[in-house]
Design a protein around this ligand. Structure first.
Ligand code: DMJ
Length: 614
């Protein structure tokens, strides 16, 4: 598995920088160049003074070093947010009262995974759907697609569950056969199955997974044979024929047609076959030729004409990962395809101008919707699905670097604003859990912007379920990696505890989605989604990871929208961006580095990491 030496968190990095700066600022540092400094005669008085001064410097150095070592040691031993946020946090945070073992918490996540997996293995092995309350399972089509097993392969590897992975591999080898006369959803099958197989191949080096991935991709590829080149919503795995959506007047979802690119491009890179690349790249060209206003796209697009259908704009369902993959396509090929960054930057400006508002009374930043386009009314509705956006904004700003390191590079006000937007949105999404009596977020909330009302958001009757979705913990993981602020781990732990309390079933069946999160006793839904194993538990496990060498560094990998990690790669001689924008947008970024006002940042961080009192 790809590893990298970890970066220190910002607190420790600051302490470290200050220490070395202080250590360097000894008198010798301020002396003249050597040729003027040669000791032609010895002044004993001066020498005595210098000796004393040197002694003091050495003593100071030793004390500072001791302090720094204790500080770092304390930090690695204790991650209690209260302790860490105080000046001497790391030093005194290691007292038994405040001590938190992230290793133990990570083990608890692994236990949850094992319980979920164990229930599935026992009651529904090989089936696509698992109903943990009734302890049964079924397939979606005539044969299994590997919905749960394939989606979990890389999590098994990351968690070091070798025996379970061996059994899963045997199943893939002996029981998985995608040759079936059955229509699958193009997007879901790509992100979960193709993504799962590719990432399993990446992490294990096992060619079995690549063989299966190539076979599956060759079946899905027929979905792109539309008049415009945009894929149809579904595809028959036996005939490889694309099938128009039976609803929505045949339109495909915008997010669905634009969230296939990482998977097919990585497959192209692995196999050397450019066809996959060309098919998914064409989609981006067609979409962009619509010149969406301020980069914001309607959630439906017609595969015959290539034109957007309807006006509905949102970052929730059917819109979400369009934006995510603009950024990630740029990152995947090591920043060599600026066209996607230009589209992303334009869209994020559009989001900030048209979709972002703050709630009352606590000023939680949220992303709303424009169901009737720019001329219609703004809706305060936000899906939990939108909660990936906190992580996306932060990742877009630093490209996976820790914030301090990123700010030391060329750093623009757009990046700083995007980073702050990431902090704000992630806090909001945490509050969507924290303000519910169950500690679990509902599927959808409606934010309040009326200052006379008391609650930041309300939940409608049909929206009060929780499917164990990953988006908030995904953002917590990204923000932890980027900021090193342990509050994100703490919030992740609280969310994990709520999952444990309300979604864990008695006995050995595992975990379940629930209804009625706005009560203290949510009821069961009898379904375990595959993304609970593929995403939610994986992100929590990585969030609590304390390995010396950072696992899957954000500077080296991109996670697909189903949390399957792929390595970044360079275009090389075979691949290139095969299109240009009709009229390129020119986001005006300052030519010079922006100086960040540290006091202002401190205030923002204090605000966005404070729990709201309700
Ligand atoms: C996952 O399948 C993916 O994250 C997708 O992009 C959105 N929905 C689910 C998880 O909520």
């Amino acid at each position: 598995m790809p590893n990298k030496v970890p970066d220190f968190s910002s607190a420790v990095r600051d302490a470290e920088n200050k220490f070395w700066e202080a250590a360097k600022a000894t008198p010798s540092d301020q002396e003249l160049p050597l040729y003027k400094d040669k000791p032609y005669g010895v002044d004993f008085k001066h020498a005595e003074k210098s000796r004393k001064r040197r002694k003091l410097v050495v003593l100071g150095f030793v004390v500072a070093l001791l302090f720094f070592v204790l500080y770092s040691f304390g930090r690695s031993q204790s991650d209690t947010p209260d302790a860490e946020n105080s000046v001497f946090g790391g030093l005194f945070g290691s007292s038994s009262k405040n001590k938190v073992s992230w290793k133990k918490r990570q083990d608890a996540v692994k236990e949850s995974f094992l319980r979920s997996w164990g229930g599935y293995e026992k009651y529904a092995w090989g089936k696509d759907v698992y109903k943990p309350v009734s302890k049964t399972g079924h397939n979606m089509g005539p044969k299994p697609l590997g919905w749960i097993i394939v989606d979990s392969l890389d999590t098994l590897k990351i968690m070091g569950l070798d025996e379970e992975l061996e059994r899963a591999r045997d199943w893939v080898k002996n029981d998985l056969n995608y040759d079936m006369d059955y229509e699958v959803n193009t997007f879901e099958t790509t992100i979960r199955m193709l993504g799962g197989l590719l990432s399993a191949h990446y992490l294990t080096g096992d060619d079995l997974y690549l063989d299966r991935a190539t076979d599956l991709a060759n079946r899905i590829i027929g979905a792109f044979d539309s008049e415009s080149g945009l894929p149809y919503a579904s595809v028959n795995l036996h005939t490889s024929k694309g099938i128009k959506s039976h609803t929505d007047r045949g339109a495909s979802s915008t997010a669905e047609v634009s969230t296939l690119q990482l998977e097919f491009k990585y497959l192209s890179k692995l196999t050397g076959e450019p066809l996959y690349w060309e098919k998914v790249e064409k989609v981006m060209e067609v979409l962009d030729s619509n010149r969406p206003r301020d980069g914001l796209v309607p959630i439906y697009v017609n595969p015959d004409t290539g034109k957007y259908q309807g006006q509905n704009i949102r970052l929730g369902s059917r819109g979400d990962s369009y934006y995510e993959y603009l950024l990630k396509q740029y990152l995947q090929t090591n920043d060599q395809e600026p066209v996607y960054k230009a589209m992303y930057d334009e869209a994020m400006e559009g989001v900030k101008v048209h979709l972002v508002q703050q709630s009352e009374p606590n000023k939680l930043t949220f992303i709303g919707e424009l169901p009737d386009g720019f001329s219609g009314e703004f809706s305060n509705k936000m899906d939990h699905l939108v909660c990936f956006a906190g992580g996306m904004f932060a990742l877009g700003a630093t490209e996976g670097l820790p914030i301090d390191a990123a700010r030391r590079n060329h750093w623009t006000s757009t990046q700083e604003n995007d980073f702050r937007m990431g902090l704000e949105l992630t806090r909001t999404c945490y509050e969507m859990y924290a303000q519910m009596p169950s500690g679990l977020s509902p599927e959808i909330v409606h934010f309040n912007t009326d200052p006379s009302k008391m609650r930041d958001f309300t939940v409608k009757r049909n929206d009060c379920h929780n499917l164990q979705r990953p988006e908030t913990v995904e953002s917590l993981f990204v923000l932890w990696r980027i900021t090193g602020n342990p509050i994100y781990r703490q919030w992740g732990w609280e969310i994990f505890e709520a999952f444990e309390k309300h979604t864990r079933l008695p006995g050995d069946a595992g975990y379940d989605s629930v209804n009625h999160v706005q009560t203290e006793t949510p009821t069961n839904r009898d379904n375990m989604e595959s993304f609970w194993l593929a995403e939610t538990l994986k992100y929590l496990y990585l969030l609590f990871d304390d390995s010396k060498e950072e696992v899957l560094p954000l500077t080296d990998v991109v996670f697909n929208t189903e949390a399957h990690p792929f390595p970044k790669f360079s275009l090389g001689s075979v691949f290139k961006t095969g299109w240009t924008r009709e009229s390129a947008s020119n986001p005006v970024d300052e030519p010079h580095k922006v100086k960040v006002d540290e006091a202002e940042v401190e205030k923002i961080v204090e605000r966005v990491t404070k729990k709201v009192t309700v």
